[in-house]
Ligand binder design. Structure first.
Ligand SMILES: NC(=O)c1ccc[n+]([C@@H]2O[C@H](COP(=O)([O-])OP(=O)(O)OC[C@H]3O[C@@H](n4cnc5c(N)ncnc54)[C@H](O)[C@@H]3O)[C@@H](O)[C@H]2O)c1
Length: 284
Protein backbone atom coordinates (compact mmCIF):
# COMPACT_ATOMS: atom_id res chain seq x y z
CA UNK A 1 0.00 0.00 0.00
CA UNK A 2 1.12 3.53 -0.67
CA UNK A 3 0.71 6.36 1.77
CA UNK A 4 -0.22 8.70 -1.06
CA UNK A 5 -3.80 9.57 -0.13
CA UNK A 6 -4.61 10.82 -3.63
CA UNK A 7 -4.18 7.28 -4.97
CA UNK A 8 -7.00 4.84 -4.43
CA UNK A 9 -6.52 1.11 -4.48
CA UNK A 10 -7.77 0.70 -8.05
CA UNK A 11 -5.41 3.39 -9.37
CA UNK A 12 -2.56 1.65 -7.62
CA UNK A 13 -3.17 -1.55 -9.51
CA UNK A 14 -2.80 0.40 -12.73
CA UNK A 15 0.40 2.20 -11.72
CA UNK A 16 2.58 -0.42 -10.10
CA UNK A 17 5.04 -0.43 -13.01
CA UNK A 18 5.01 -4.22 -13.21
CA UNK A 19 5.29 -5.98 -16.59
CA UNK A 20 1.93 -6.09 -18.36
CA UNK A 21 1.50 -9.84 -18.09
CA UNK A 22 1.97 -9.65 -14.35
CA UNK A 23 -0.56 -6.81 -14.11
CA UNK A 24 -3.00 -8.84 -16.21
CA UNK A 25 -2.58 -11.79 -13.91
CA UNK A 26 -3.17 -9.60 -10.87
CA UNK A 27 -6.22 -7.99 -12.53
CA UNK A 28 -7.56 -11.46 -13.25
CA UNK A 29 -7.05 -12.54 -9.63
CA UNK A 30 -8.75 -9.35 -8.45
CA UNK A 31 -11.75 -9.96 -10.69
CA UNK A 32 -12.00 -13.50 -9.38
CA UNK A 33 -11.99 -12.40 -5.78
CA UNK A 34 -13.47 -8.91 -5.71
CA UNK A 35 -16.91 -10.08 -4.63
CA UNK A 36 -15.48 -11.36 -1.39
CA UNK A 37 -12.32 -9.38 -0.76
CA UNK A 38 -12.51 -5.93 -2.32
CA UNK A 39 -14.30 -2.89 -0.92
CA UNK A 40 -18.05 -3.01 -1.38
CA UNK A 41 -19.43 -0.91 -4.25
CA UNK A 42 -21.54 1.66 -2.41
CA UNK A 43 -23.31 2.59 -5.66
CA UNK A 44 -22.21 6.19 -5.29
CA UNK A 45 -23.51 6.47 -1.72
CA UNK A 46 -21.53 8.88 0.42
CA UNK A 47 -19.47 7.23 3.16
CA UNK A 48 -19.47 8.77 6.64
CA UNK A 49 -17.87 8.06 10.01
CA UNK A 50 -19.88 9.36 12.99
CA UNK A 51 -18.60 9.30 16.59
CA UNK A 52 -20.78 9.22 19.68
CA UNK A 53 -23.30 7.38 17.50
CA UNK A 54 -24.87 5.13 20.14
CA UNK A 55 -27.45 7.60 21.38
CA UNK A 56 -28.54 11.24 21.50
CA UNK A 57 -27.46 13.52 18.69
CA UNK A 58 -25.01 10.98 17.21
CA UNK A 59 -27.74 8.37 16.76
CA UNK A 60 -29.97 11.04 15.18
CA UNK A 61 -27.13 12.00 12.81
CA UNK A 62 -26.76 8.34 11.78
CA UNK A 63 -30.51 8.09 11.09
CA UNK A 64 -30.57 11.32 9.10
CA UNK A 65 -27.56 10.32 6.99
CA UNK A 66 -29.08 6.89 6.37
CA UNK A 67 -32.28 8.58 5.14
CA UNK A 68 -30.10 10.60 2.76
CA UNK A 69 -28.57 7.40 1.35
CA UNK A 70 -25.23 7.39 3.13
CA UNK A 71 -23.38 4.36 4.40
CA UNK A 72 -22.20 5.07 7.94
CA UNK A 73 -19.49 3.72 10.21
CA UNK A 74 -21.18 4.34 13.57
CA UNK A 75 -18.62 4.60 16.38
CA UNK A 76 -18.98 4.70 20.16
CA UNK A 77 -17.85 3.11 23.42
CA UNK A 78 -21.40 1.93 24.28
CA UNK A 79 -21.48 -1.40 22.44
CA UNK A 80 -25.08 -2.48 23.10
CA UNK A 81 -26.69 0.87 22.27
CA UNK A 82 -24.49 1.15 19.20
CA UNK A 83 -25.52 -2.30 17.97
CA UNK A 84 -29.19 -1.31 18.34
CA UNK A 85 -28.69 1.84 16.22
CA UNK A 86 -26.85 -0.15 13.55
CA UNK A 87 -29.56 -2.82 13.53
CA UNK A 88 -32.12 -0.22 12.38
CA UNK A 89 -30.42 -0.10 8.96
CA UNK A 90 -28.08 -3.10 8.65
CA UNK A 91 -27.46 -2.54 4.94
CA UNK A 92 -26.15 0.96 5.52
CA UNK A 93 -24.72 1.11 9.05
CA UNK A 94 -21.70 -0.70 10.46
CA UNK A 95 -21.16 -0.54 14.23
CA UNK A 96 -17.54 0.08 15.17
CA UNK A 97 -16.37 0.17 18.81
CA UNK A 98 -14.23 3.30 19.22
CA UNK A 99 -12.92 5.31 22.12
CA UNK A 100 -12.13 8.62 20.43
CA UNK A 101 -9.17 9.19 22.77
CA UNK A 102 -7.40 6.10 21.39
CA UNK A 103 -5.07 6.46 18.41
CA UNK A 104 -5.12 2.69 17.90
CA UNK A 105 -8.93 2.76 17.97
CA UNK A 106 -8.98 5.40 15.24
CA UNK A 107 -6.55 3.39 13.11
CA UNK A 108 -8.80 0.36 13.40
CA UNK A 109 -11.93 2.35 12.50
CA UNK A 110 -10.32 3.92 9.45
CA UNK A 111 -9.08 0.50 8.34
CA UNK A 112 -12.66 -0.80 8.46
CA UNK A 113 -13.94 2.11 6.33
CA UNK A 114 -11.17 1.52 3.83
CA UNK A 115 -11.69 -2.21 3.67
CA UNK A 116 -15.48 -2.03 3.44
CA UNK A 117 -16.03 1.00 1.24
CA UNK A 118 -12.60 1.97 -0.10
CA UNK A 119 -12.60 5.33 1.70
CA UNK A 120 -14.58 8.08 3.40
CA UNK A 121 -16.35 11.25 2.26
CA UNK A 122 -17.54 12.60 5.60
CA UNK A 123 -16.50 12.70 9.25
CA UNK A 124 -18.67 13.83 12.16
CA UNK A 125 -16.77 14.36 15.41
CA UNK A 126 -19.82 14.32 17.67
CA UNK A 127 -18.73 12.29 20.73
CA UNK A 128 -18.56 14.34 23.89
CA UNK A 129 -18.70 14.15 27.66
CA UNK A 130 -20.10 16.59 30.21
CA UNK A 131 -19.55 16.96 33.92
CA UNK A 132 -20.45 19.75 36.27
CA UNK A 133 -17.72 21.22 38.46
CA UNK A 134 -16.87 24.71 39.62
CA UNK A 135 -13.37 26.09 39.38
CA UNK A 136 -12.45 25.29 42.98
CA UNK A 137 -14.10 21.87 42.98
CA UNK A 138 -12.76 20.60 39.65
CA UNK A 139 -10.81 17.37 39.86
CA UNK A 140 -7.71 17.41 37.62
CA UNK A 141 -8.42 13.90 36.32
CA UNK A 142 -12.00 14.83 35.36
CA UNK A 143 -10.77 18.05 33.77
CA UNK A 144 -8.24 16.13 31.70
CA UNK A 145 -10.84 13.53 30.75
CA UNK A 146 -13.13 16.26 29.37
CA UNK A 147 -10.29 17.64 27.30
CA UNK A 148 -9.27 14.21 26.03
CA UNK A 149 -12.75 13.30 24.80
CA UNK A 150 -13.96 16.73 23.65
CA UNK A 151 -10.78 18.12 22.10
CA UNK A 152 -8.12 15.44 21.67
CA UNK A 153 -10.78 13.10 20.22
CA UNK A 154 -11.60 15.39 17.27
CA UNK A 155 -7.88 16.01 16.68
CA UNK A 156 -7.16 12.28 16.48
CA UNK A 157 -10.24 11.83 14.27
CA UNK A 158 -9.04 14.44 11.82
CA UNK A 159 -5.51 13.04 11.77
CA UNK A 160 -6.78 9.51 11.16
CA UNK A 161 -9.43 10.35 8.57
CA UNK A 162 -7.84 13.09 6.45
CA UNK A 163 -5.80 10.64 4.35
CA UNK A 164 -9.05 8.94 3.27
CA UNK A 165 -11.08 12.16 3.04
CA UNK A 166 -8.50 13.69 0.68
CA UNK A 167 -9.44 11.21 -2.00
CA UNK A 168 -13.12 11.23 -1.07
CA UNK A 169 -16.04 12.71 -2.96
CA UNK A 170 -16.75 16.34 -1.90
CA UNK A 171 -15.18 15.62 1.49
CA UNK A 172 -16.57 17.41 4.52
CA UNK A 173 -16.18 17.34 8.29
CA UNK A 174 -18.54 18.55 11.00
CA UNK A 175 -17.34 18.98 14.57
CA UNK A 176 -19.96 19.21 17.28
CA UNK A 177 -18.90 21.94 19.68
CA UNK A 178 -21.40 23.78 21.94
CA UNK A 179 -22.73 27.27 22.45
CA UNK A 180 -20.76 26.97 25.73
CA UNK A 181 -17.74 27.78 23.52
CA UNK A 182 -19.08 31.29 22.94
CA UNK A 183 -19.72 32.33 26.53
CA UNK A 184 -18.84 31.46 30.12
CA UNK A 185 -20.59 28.25 31.23
CA UNK A 186 -21.14 28.61 34.94
CA UNK A 187 -19.65 25.79 37.05
CA UNK A 188 -18.58 23.66 34.08
CA UNK A 189 -14.92 24.67 33.81
CA UNK A 190 -13.66 21.38 32.32
CA UNK A 191 -16.43 21.06 29.75
CA UNK A 192 -16.48 24.74 28.77
CA UNK A 193 -12.72 25.04 28.37
CA UNK A 194 -12.52 21.82 26.35
CA UNK A 195 -15.26 23.06 24.01
CA UNK A 196 -13.58 26.46 23.57
CA UNK A 197 -10.45 24.51 22.60
CA UNK A 198 -12.44 22.26 20.25
CA UNK A 199 -13.79 25.40 18.58
CA UNK A 200 -10.25 26.69 18.06
CA UNK A 201 -9.18 23.31 16.73
CA UNK A 202 -12.10 23.31 14.30
CA UNK A 203 -11.30 26.75 12.90
CA UNK A 204 -7.61 25.89 12.52
CA UNK A 205 -8.56 22.63 10.79
CA UNK A 206 -11.01 24.48 8.52
CA UNK A 207 -8.22 26.76 7.35
CA UNK A 208 -5.63 24.03 6.78
CA UNK A 209 -7.91 21.45 5.25
CA UNK A 210 -9.67 23.83 2.84
CA UNK A 211 -6.35 23.82 0.98
CA UNK A 212 -6.79 20.06 0.54
CA UNK A 213 -10.39 20.46 -0.65
CA UNK A 214 -11.88 19.27 2.67
CA UNK A 215 -14.51 21.56 4.19
CA UNK A 216 -14.67 21.74 7.99
CA UNK A 217 -17.60 23.38 9.76
CA UNK A 218 -19.06 23.22 13.26
CA UNK A 219 -22.42 23.03 14.95
CA UNK A 220 -22.79 24.71 18.32
CA UNK A 221 -25.84 23.20 19.99
CA UNK A 222 -27.62 24.75 22.91
CA UNK A 223 -29.66 22.53 25.25
CA UNK A 224 -30.68 19.40 23.35
CA UNK A 225 -32.91 16.70 24.83
CA UNK A 226 -30.44 13.80 25.06
CA UNK A 227 -29.14 11.71 27.98
CA UNK A 228 -26.56 14.48 28.48
CA UNK A 229 -29.31 16.77 29.72
CA UNK A 230 -30.93 15.86 33.03
CA UNK A 231 -34.75 15.70 32.72
CA UNK A 232 -35.04 17.83 35.88
CA UNK A 233 -33.32 20.71 34.10
CA UNK A 234 -35.86 20.89 31.26
CA UNK A 235 -38.30 23.32 32.94
CA UNK A 236 -35.45 25.67 33.85
CA UNK A 237 -34.01 25.45 30.33
CA UNK A 238 -37.41 26.06 28.78
CA UNK A 239 -37.66 29.29 30.73
CA UNK A 240 -34.42 30.75 29.40
CA UNK A 241 -34.49 29.53 25.78
CA UNK A 242 -36.47 31.98 23.61
CA UNK A 243 -38.19 29.12 21.76
CA UNK A 244 -39.35 27.87 25.17
CA UNK A 245 -38.06 24.30 24.90
CA UNK A 246 -34.88 22.25 24.51
CA UNK A 247 -33.93 21.17 20.99
CA UNK A 248 -34.52 17.66 19.69
CA UNK A 249 -31.60 15.57 18.30
CA UNK A 250 -32.99 15.48 14.72
CA UNK A 251 -32.97 19.30 14.68
CA UNK A 252 -29.18 19.22 15.09
CA UNK A 253 -28.78 16.23 12.76
CA UNK A 254 -30.50 18.14 9.93
CA UNK A 255 -27.93 20.94 10.23
CA UNK A 256 -25.06 18.43 10.30
CA UNK A 257 -26.41 16.78 7.13
CA UNK A 258 -26.64 20.19 5.45
CA UNK A 259 -23.03 21.00 6.39
CA UNK A 260 -21.89 17.68 4.89
CA UNK A 261 -23.86 18.19 1.68
CA UNK A 262 -23.24 20.02 -1.58
CA UNK A 263 -25.88 22.53 -0.51
CA UNK A 264 -23.18 24.03 1.75
CA UNK A 265 -20.35 23.72 -0.80
CA UNK A 266 -18.96 27.23 -0.11
CA UNK A 267 -19.20 27.05 3.70
CA UNK A 268 -15.82 26.69 5.39
CA UNK A 269 -15.20 27.39 9.07
CA UNK A 270 -18.87 28.22 9.63
CA UNK A 271 -20.07 27.98 13.22
CA UNK A 272 -23.77 27.25 13.20
CA UNK A 273 -25.64 27.91 16.44
CA UNK A 274 -28.48 25.45 16.96
CA UNK A 275 -29.76 26.72 20.29
CA UNK A 276 -33.32 27.98 19.97
CA UNK A 277 -32.00 31.54 20.36
CA UNK A 278 -30.45 30.91 23.79
CA UNK A 279 -27.41 33.09 23.17
CA UNK A 280 -29.58 36.00 22.07
CA UNK A 281 -30.44 36.37 25.75
CA UNK A 282 -26.86 37.47 26.37
CA UNK A 283 -27.57 40.56 24.25
CA UNK A 284 -30.44 41.72 26.44
N1 LIG B 1 -27.18 17.73 24.85
C1 LIG B 1 -26.80 18.97 24.95
O1 LIG B 1 -27.48 19.78 25.59
C2 LIG B 1 -25.55 19.46 24.26
C3 LIG B 1 -25.33 20.85 24.15
C4 LIG B 1 -24.20 21.31 23.50
C5 LIG B 1 -23.29 20.42 22.92
N2 LIG B 1 -23.52 19.08 23.05
C6 LIG B 1 -22.54 18.19 22.43
O2 LIG B 1 -23.22 17.35 21.51
C7 LIG B 1 -22.49 16.13 21.34
C8 LIG B 1 -23.43 14.95 21.46
O3 LIG B 1 -23.90 14.87 22.80
P1 LIG B 1 -25.37 14.35 23.15
O4 LIG B 1 -26.16 15.54 23.52
O5 LIG B 1 -25.87 13.47 22.06
O6 LIG B 1 -25.04 13.55 24.49
P2 LIG B 1 -25.03 11.96 24.81
O7 LIG B 1 -24.38 11.87 26.13
O8 LIG B 1 -26.37 11.41 24.62
O9 LIG B 1 -24.10 11.35 23.67
C9 LIG B 1 -22.70 11.43 23.71
C10 LIG B 1 -22.16 10.16 23.08
O10 LIG B 1 -20.73 10.26 23.04
C11 LIG B 1 -20.22 9.00 23.43
N3 LIG B 1 -18.87 9.11 23.98
C12 LIG B 1 -18.48 9.68 25.13
N4 LIG B 1 -17.17 9.51 25.31
C13 LIG B 1 -16.72 8.82 24.23
C14 LIG B 1 -15.45 8.34 23.83
N5 LIG B 1 -14.35 8.51 24.59
N6 LIG B 1 -15.35 7.68 22.65
C15 LIG B 1 -16.45 7.49 21.89
N7 LIG B 1 -17.68 7.90 22.22
C16 LIG B 1 -17.80 8.56 23.37
C17 LIG B 1 -21.18 8.49 24.51
O11 LIG B 1 -21.05 7.11 24.73
C18 LIG B 1 -22.52 8.91 23.91
O12 LIG B 1 -23.05 7.92 23.07
C19 LIG B 1 -21.39 16.16 22.40
O13 LIG B 1 -20.18 16.58 21.81
C20 LIG B 1 -21.87 17.22 23.37
O14 LIG B 1 -20.82 17.82 24.09
C21 LIG B 1 -24.61 18.59 23.70
Amino acid sequence: MTDDPTTNENDQRRTTGRPDDQVDQTEKQHEDTEDTEGPMDTGGARRALVTGAARGQGAAIVRTLVAEGYVVLACDVLADELAAVAAEAPEQVVAQPLDVTSEAGWSAAVAVAKEKWGGLDALVNNAGTLHRASLLEEDPAAFERAWRVNCLGPLLGLQACVPLLRSGNAPAVVNTVSNAALRPFDRHVGYASSKWAARGLSLSAALELAELGIRVNTVLPGPIATPMLSPESVPRISSFVPLGRPGEPPEVAAVVAFLLSDASSYLVGAEVLVDGGQLLRTHL
